[in-house]
Design a protein around this ligand. Sequence first.
Ligand code: RP5
Length: 166
Amino acid sequence: MAQVGIVMGSDSDLPVMKKAAEVLDEFGISYEMNIISAHREPDLFFEWAKGAKDRGIKVIIAGAGMAAHLPGMCAALFPLPVIGVPMHTTSLGGRDSLYSIVQMPSGIPVATVAIGGAKNAGILAAKILAVSDEALLEKLEKYSADMAAEVMAKDARLKEEMRSKD
Ligand code: RP5
C-alpha cells in the first residue's frame, strides 16, 4: 500500500515532480503518482483526494502551477499533511503558483516548499513519516550526515587548491 500520494495538475509538472519520487525511492518509501487536474476533471479529483486516506496514504505531495488550486483542495479534502510544490511559470515566474499554494485560509494548512522544490517536498514527506518510523529516521539522519560530510570535503578541496597556489 502506498504511503505517499504524489499528484500534479498536468504532465507539464512531471519533470519537477519526479524529483519528489526519486527522494522517496532513495528512502524506500512507497508512493502512488497521478496526474489529475482539479480544474479540468473536478469529479475525478474529488474521488481521488477523498479516497486517499482509506487507500492508506499518510502524506500528499501536490504540485501545480499558475492558479494552483490543487494542493489547497487536497488539504480541504484529505485530513493528513499536504505538501504543496509551486511550479515555475513563464508569465509570472512561479509567484502565481507560490501565492496560490501558500496563502491558505486559517484552518486548512498546506506546507509549501520553494518554487520547483519537489526534492524538499519528498524529504519533508519522509520526515513526517519518520515521526513513527525509527528505521526511516535513521536513514534521514545518515542523509543529513552525508550532506555535511560532502560540504566539508568541498571545503577541504578548496583549502587544498588555495594552498597549492601559494
Ligand atoms: C496547472 O496548470 C498545472 O499544474 C500546470 O502547472 C499548469 C499548466 O498546465 P498545462 O496547460 O501545461 O496542462 O493546472
